[in-house]
Design a protein around this ligand. Structure first.
Ligand code: PGA
Length: 315
């Protein structure tokens, strides 16, 4: 059984759905247990304290950096080395955003030689020397400005020929280092986290994925130069595939921060907080399964969710 099959089931009408689920439970109970199948998952209620809302992008980013630094200091008090997983994307890289604040105001707040860095994802076929690669962007915007020693940096190489080995290497490294302490996340308009697109499974590890059309549209502005300059022709230049750490890899982090800003993320945020089926909206896995997630939004990203649904009533 693969993710596509589950995806179809989640669209089926209720009676058919129930019959199908019953059939799967009887014929393949181990599979059902392994997937934490959403029908049986125990949902935890979100608390107000899990969610921070700021008025705009800059204050959201500032609050997030402060919380990240404070968490990182706490980890470094307990351990010699901290392990951090970084995202790319406009949420973190835009002017006045998380990475700019981190590198300009907090460069000396931490001994960065004690922090090991991984990244979440990378386009396949895009070399680390290419400005569009996430590897290049993280080096340029974060890791070089912070002065992180090269031996502490483990980013995907999208140009590597043996991609399967690259994926396996990542999982082995994380294991060897004793797991991830802090993961920073954004959210895609379709609810993806990393490049875990809808249909991703709870127990997925680091792997190669096909990018959805929606994600390619979301990211085509970064590839428009290859398409001759205009935005729409960029879509054909966005790679079809990417490497991503899996849902299981993300959920194994001891602390997760998810940031979302702007109207374009409001639908995905609403679906996540409403615990929409995670096979349709992968970010919902963070609410259903994760031990420690802090959500930091700006007003626009939070605008479609009704606060009264949070435990403890409205703010
Ligand atoms: P963005 O992407 O920060 O560019 O909006 C986030 C994501 O797709 O995960």
């Amino acid at each position: 059984m693969d993710s596509k099959c589950l995806f179809v089931i989640s669209f089926a009408k209720t009676k058919i759905k129930f019959a199908l689920l019953l059939f799967i439970c009887i014929t393949n109970p181990i599979f059902v247990l392994k997937q934490n199948f959403t029908l049986f998952a125990s949902y935890r209620r979100l608390k107000q304290s899990d969610i921070i809302i700021e008025s705009d992008y800059n204050s959201m980013s500032r609050t997030a950096v402060k919380m990240f630094i404070s968490e990182l200091k706490a980890v470094l008090q307990k351990k010699d080395k901290a392990v951090v997983m970084l995202p790319t994307g406009g949420t973190y890289l835009s002017k006045g955003g998380f990475y700019q604040i981190l590198t300009t105001e907090y460069r000396n707040a931490i001994d960065w030689s004690r922090v090991i860095f991984f990244n979440l994802d990378e386009y396949i076929g895009v070399s680390p020397k290419d400005k569009r690669s996430y590897n290049y962007q993280l080096m340029e915007a974060v890791l070089e400005p912070l002065g992180v020693p090269l031996e502490n940096i483990h980013l995907f190489d999208g140009s590597i020929l043996n991609v399967k080995e690259e994926c396996a290497k990542r999982e082995q490294w994380i294991k060897k280092l004793g797991g991830i302490d802090i993961t920073l996340l954004g959210i895609g308009r379709n609810g993806h986290i990393g490049f875990n697109e809808p249909g991703s499974l709870r127990n997925s590890g680091t792997r190669v994925v096909d990018l959805s059309l929606e994600t390619k549209y979301q990211n085509m502005e970064y590839f428009k130069d290859l398409g001759g300059g205009d935005l729409l022709s960029g879509i054909d230049s966005v790679p079809d595939q990417a490497i991503t750490v899996g849902i299981a890899t993300i959920l194994s982090s001891r602390e997760i921060f998810l940031l979302a800003s702007g109207q374009s993320k409001a639908e995905a945020v609403k679906n996540m907080l409403n615990e929409e089926n995670p096979l349709l909206n992968p970010a919902s896995f963070l609410i259903i399964n994760s031990p420690g997630v802090c959500f930091i939004f700006d007003d626009d990203a939070f605008s479609l969710f009704h606060e009264s649904q949070l435990q403890g009533g409205p703010f």
